[in-house]
Design a protein around this ligand. Structure first.
Ligand code: PLP
Length: 267
């Protein structure tokens, strides 16, 4: 293995997110995905979770000043092509992230508006949601809400594809340049994700996979899109390839622990 010719990563991605001690979601899922798909991953932590496949036992937020130090350390030294955000935890963290992305002129920002863990634990507080809408959402090159997140951000119910399109339009009006509303939470049939670029809608349908091992799905998808963008793919292709990847990663998810196992990062 070590005699092979060195492979170098193509493109650099910075993930700003929370740590999942169980290794299936958050920063850990992001770095595994970015590495597997061939880019370099740097990270800035917003919070630490004590977590396993059964749920979140505790959350320890990172002080915003220390998050700022992590962002300065990375962004003043390492060329970052794409920034991806996940669990942000607090209003102070969100303010710092918006300030730093502006200070360093970062433009390709993929925002996964993480709000709830699968087990129901709140990963962002109420005050933070308001600041998120005001300060960070308008910085998004791409926003990737699932249905509950789209509902929380827009304030209306999303229960069919027409509602998903309406939510995507509203989120675009709120400032996100492109919006990918993920349909996995809709009740039945094919799972369709809808991409809106401000003019046109594209559909990404995939057959629904029945499995309990979906921990880290959202983090992994947003990281895969970020990685393909860092490698120079246009957005629709980056989304299409990331969807192919996450579908395989869910199909090949391995049972781990007693709860929801992680998607597969070893393909
Ligand atoms: N980020 C962290 C740190 C988490 O703990 C979780 C879920 O538990 C998530 C993000 C969201 O996970 P998923 O990708 O399954 O939506």
């Amino acid at each position: 293995l070590f005699n092979r010719r060195a492979q170098f990563p193509r493109g650099n991605v910075l993930t700003i997110a929370g740590s999942d001690s169980g290794g299936g979601a958050g920063i850990q899922a992001d770095l595994k995905t970015i590495t597997l798909l061939g880019s370099y991953g740097a990270s800035a932590m917003t919070a630490l979770t004590a977590q396993n496949t059964r749920g979140v036992a505790a959350i320890h937020g990172v002080p915003a000043e220390f998050l700022a130090q992590q962002l300065d350390s990375v962004l003043s030294d390492i060329h970052v092509d794409v920034v991806k955000t996940g669990m942000l935890f607090s209003a102070d963290n969100i303010g710092i992230i918006a300030d730093k992305l502006q200070q360093y002129g970062k433009k390709i920002i993929i925002i996964d508006p993480v709000m709830l863990a699968k087990g129901g634990a709140e990963l962002i507080d109420r005050e933070a949601l308001a600041i998120f809408k005001k300060r960070l959402l308008p910085c998004a090159y791409l926003l990737t809400p699932n249905i509950p997140e789209a509902e929380k951000l827009t304030g209306f119910t999303v229960s069919c594809e027409d509602d998903m399109q309406r939510a995507a339009k509203t989120l675009h009006q709120m400032g996100a340049r492109n919006v990918l509303v993920k349909g996995g939470h809709l009740a039945e049939g094919t799972a369709v994700d809808i991409l809106f670029d401000g003019k046109n809608f594209s559909q990404f349908p995939v057959p629904r996979i029945l499995t309990k091992n979906t921990h880290g799905t959202g983090c992994t998808l947003a990281s895969a899109i970020s990685t393909f963008l860092a490698q120079g793919e246009p957005l629709p292709q980056a989304v299409a390839r990331a969807k192919e990847f996450i579908t395989a990663a869910i199909k090949l998810a391995h049972p781990l622990g007693k709860g929801h196992g992680p998607v597969n990062h070893y393909m």
